[in-house]
Design a protein around this ligand. Structure first.
Ligand code: SAH
Length: 213
């Protein structure tokens, strides 16, 4: 597990690319500039770790494209100590970004293999989520609700009601909605039953899967 000057240089170039693509949040950019993404990837893809692309990880899943990670993280508007929920832990890269932003992170993953692998790996890098959960993200995480923000990192065919219900008033849900391609959608909870909805462009994710457990 090595992080070299070469990796740091490539990371800085990636950050420059993200700035050019429109990412503005300094804290998000700093997190991406700091986290050794190559260590989150299978060895076959390490040389490509700092390209702005998604890559395969275990169990037919992907580590999200850095631009997508930055775009979603920026929308979460994380403040220090915010309680946040991530659906789809995957490689743990997005989890690490949220931890760098100072959030208290709860993250749910439904693939056992990935859950086990990432649960072991993140602490090795010093990234300590409040809790990594093996379970179904469609249900959210009722016992820890409400959350300041919730991020879904897989394409959802519809917006799961529990996720909206588990937001704080003022809280934000960032979720890609759709089948083959998804519309990045931001919901802001304005009141107990009142949500503001923003649609923010097209993305492509692996699907949020149902009925695994
Ligand atoms: N945040 C991850 C992205 C992984 S891809 C990263 O940065 O690497 C999306 C992840 O969502 C996959 O790991 C997939 O197994 C998981 N997933 C799919 N459906 C899910 C569900 N219903 N509940 C929880 N996780 C789910």
């Amino acid at each position: 597990m090595k992080d070299t000057f070469k990796h740091q240089g490539m990371r800085q170039k990636l950050v420059d690319t993200l700035v050019k693509k429109g990412i503005k949040d300094k804290k998000v950019l700093a997190a991406i500039g700091k986290i050794p993404r190559h260590l989150f990837m299978d060895s076959g893809f390490i040389d490509h770790a700092y390209q702005d692309k998604a890559f395969p990880i275990a169990a037919d899943q992907t580590i999200s494209q850095p631009y997508t990670v930055a775009f979603q993280s920026e929308l979460m508007e994380v403040n220090l100590g915010d309680k946040v929920l991530e659906i789809g832990t995957g490689s743990g890269y997005q989890t690490a970004v949220l931890l760098e932003l100072g959030a208290k992170v709860f993250s749910v993953e439904r693939q056992k293999e990935l859950f086990k692998k990432t649960s072991k790996f993140l602490p090795k890098l010093g990234y300590r989520a409040k809790k990594l959960i093996f379970g179904d993200g469609y249900k959210g995480l009722l016992e820890e609700a409400p959350f300041k923000s919730i991020i879904v990192t897989a394409g959802a065919p519809f917006v799961p009601k529990p996720l909206l219900a588990q937001l704080d008033i003022g809280g934000r849900l960032i979720i890609p909605v759709g089948d083959a391609t998804q519309i990045m959608t931001l919901f802001i909870r304005k009141g107990p039953k009142e949500f503001e909805k923003h649609e923010l462009g097209e993305f492509r994710f692996v699907p949020l899967l149902e009925d695994k457990n």
